[in-house]
Design a protein around this ligand. Structure first.
Ligand code: ADP
Ligand code: MG
Length: 622
């Protein structure tokens, strides 16, 4: 038999190996920035074009490379960071495999400019698909600049596999934030398509967190510190009342390396027990220092898991340290001497001219209205009944979807429309003269029960309302812009850069639903108009939920994005189970539900109602 095994040519082997290290533009950002950190840089600048698909450039002012090293660094397993296997146990650097630059050079066009401090001139090298295509001397400042262009140019399958620019940018921001958080003593900046996303001056941990996540973060942080034989813990947890709907701001660093650990995360969550609202996640920024010997550092370059020798002890120490900090914070506000007054958000209004107040007219006001409608205004003050009050008072807004374009909106008599929508469903419901008020009742503050000609109908109130709002929202986004209510005072909401990216991505669609943004900055938005269906107090929660939904379920195209937006807002705005509904409200939901295109299913494909026919009842009584 002839021999069939051959060694792969270098460039093929390199391409295959590269796939392990470089999965997407964000992996390149991570590797290059880590090299810059290992080179002892004080300033690191990251420049991105088209989410890194066209260009990723990292410029540092670190120790640079000699001419020979500049050639060597593109070789596989070429590293200056370890010399022997023992060095792995005292590792102080991020890199040590000597694989990153070789991998990147195998699948992109790379340009390197580098100069050590004591040299007159630097080295300029161009590498394409692992081959050096150009080399000369150059005049450049001390440090290194690596440009990576046309990533995956020779692996079309990989390139096509990349997600939308918005998604890839978010991955880059994530990686950038992780290294920037771990190294506050280094100044970082990030530019995307010419606009500045981050400008982070050299500082301490607390300020770095605040600079990344927005001005108000500082006051939400509770310091955590603990020093034991096996671990040194420092960092912050977010105050429980600021816990978020998304897991976004949860960071563990071990020896300045970002890691993910469901196990340690559990320790934090347990420490927060009893302090968090349902389905909210505490934020945390925790820096653990352990002996490099006690962890298995030889982890996969792109993976963020880590193995500890003494995981159980670490768990217990972490939990009690956080409990202790939270406890202290609960008895007395923690005095914070580190606090930098520059961090305090300036009084935003002082430079702004006054806005002309709008006179609000309650079009619903009707001096001849029955008492019934007014009584529920005096109901208890809980969130949910406020919510319903809101619904009751802006009944008209629920009909916006029914209006036709040429109908003059302000003059519409809404009760007439209610009558119309009732007709649509007229055949479904028992025609009875004795007013419709009696044809529904609420069960367990959760279900609306209504009679049918042939039996009874039990409707899940939350799912029904979600379906109604969902269809209305879709219509508003795709067909006609919704009516929006102008706010008397603009609403300023703080978000982190990551969240702002999502809002920007959704801004057009949100505006179609009635949101009016007067300003979208890098860490906050100003809202001057909101959909008529929601109240001002709900805006922040709704947007937070929306962002969380988009983080968990990244839509790939405009169509699914619109759908997810409508789903998320509808879910947040719909009446919840446990909310008492008066008869008008019940009727209203029933009527609107059956005017929907698909009344039987909630937007998340669950049944909205069940029926029980007289026949079925008869059988039960046999
Ligand atoms: P590793 O970081 O694992 O050593 P890399 O392929 O990322 O492997 O880099 C190879 C070598 O190139 C590094 O060990 C380092 O000596 C050198 N190098 C890479 N980037 C820089 C930089 N920005 N400044 C100085 N030296 C660098
Ligand atoms: Mg490296």
């Amino acid at each position: 038999m002839t021999d069939i095994i051959q060694l792969l040519p270098d460039h093929v082997a390199n391409q295959i190996a590269a796939g392990e290290v470089v999965q997407r533009p964000a992996s390149v950002v991570k590797e290059l920035v880590e090299n810059a950190i290992d080179a002892g840089s004080e300033n690191i600048q990251v420049v991105i074009k088209d989410a890194g698909k066209t260009l990723i450039q990292v410029v540092d002012d670190g120790k640079g490379m000699s001419l020979t090293d500049a050639r060597m660094c593109f070789e596989r397993h070429a590293t200056s960071k370890i010399k022997s296997a023992e060095d792995l146990f005292s590792l102080q650097t991020k890199g040590f495999r000597g694989e990153a630059l070789a991998s990147i050079a195998a699948i992109a066009h790379v340009e390197l400019k580098t100069k050590p401090e004591d040299e007159e001139v630097g080295t300029h090298i161009k590498v394409e698909g692992s081959k050096v295509v150009n080399q000369d001397v150059c005049v450049c400042p001390k440090g290194t600049s690596v440009s990576v262009k046309n990533l995956f140019y020779n692996i079309p399958a990989r390139r096509n596999f990349l997600k939308s620019d918005a998604v890839e940018t978010r991955h880059i921001i994530d990686e950038f934030q992780r290294v920037a958080l771990a190294h506050p003593q280094i100044a970082f900046s990030l530019f995307h398509n010419g606009s500045e996303l981050f400008q982070l001056p050299e500082t301490n941990h607390r300020q770095r967190i605040t600079n990344i996540f927005g001005g108000k973060t500082n006051e939400k942080l509770v310091p955590v510190t603990e020093e034991t034989e096996i671990v040194e813990i420092s960092g912050f947890v977010g105050k429980p009342e600021f816990a978020k709907k998304s897991r976004g701001e949860q960071f563990f660093f071990v020896n300045n390396r970002f890691i993910k650990s469901p196990y340690l995360n559990h320790a934090v969550v347990v420490a927060f027990e009893g302090l968090l609202k349902d389905k909210s996640y505490p934020s945390y920024f925790l820096f653990l220092k352990v002996d490099p010997k006690s962890i298995d550092i030889n982890i996969h370059p792109t993976k963020t898991e880590i193995k500890f020798d003494d995981e159980h002890a670490l768990y217990a120490i972490l939990r009690s340290a956080i409990k202790h900090s939270l406890g202290q914070f609960n008895v007395a506000p923690v005095l914070d001497f580190d606090r930098d007054s520059n961090l305090d958000t300036p009084y935003e209004y002082k430079n702004k001219s006054a806005e002309v107040p709008q006179v609000e007219v309650d079009r619903n006001f009707n001096p001849f209205q029955e008492e019934n409608a007014r009584t529920h205004k005096t109901r208890s003050n809980s969130f949910s009944s406020n919510f319903i009050k809101e619904r009751g008072e802006s009944w008209e807004s629920l009909y916006t979807g029914l209006q036709t374009e040429d109908e003059p909106k302000p003059d519409t008599d809404f009760r007439e429309i209610e009558f119309e929508s009732e007709e649509v469903t007229g055949n479904l419901f028992q025609p009875s003269e004795d007013s419709q008020e009696k044809s529904t009742f609420q069960l367990h503050k959760k279900y609306i029960v209504s009679t049918l000609k042939s039996g009874i109908l039990v409707i899940d109130q939350h799912r029904a309302h979600t379906r109604i709002l969902y269809e209305e929202m879709l219509k508003n986004i795709t067909v006609s812009a919704a009516v929006s209510q102008q706010l008397l005072f603009p609403l300023n909401l703080q978000f982190n850069t990551h969240e702002i990216e999502i809002i920007k991505q959704l801004q057009d669609s949100l505006e179609q639903t009635g949101f009016v943004f007067s300003e979208v900055k890098s860490d906050s938005v100003q809202i001057v108009g909101i959909p008529t269906l929601i109240s001002e107090s709900e805006v922040e929660i709704l947007l937070e939920q929306l962002i969380a939904d988009f983080e968990n379920d990244v839509p790939d195209n405009g169509f699914s994005q619109t759908d997810l937006l409508a789903k998320s807002l509808a879910k947040g705005m719909a009446v919840k189970s446990g909310t008492l509904l008066n008869n008008t409200e019940q009727q209203h939901i029933v009527n609107r539900l059956f005017a929907c295109k698909e009344p039987g299913l909630s937007p998340s494909n669950r049944s909205v109602f069940v029926t029980l026919t007289v026949d079925e009842l008869d059988k039960k009584f046999m």
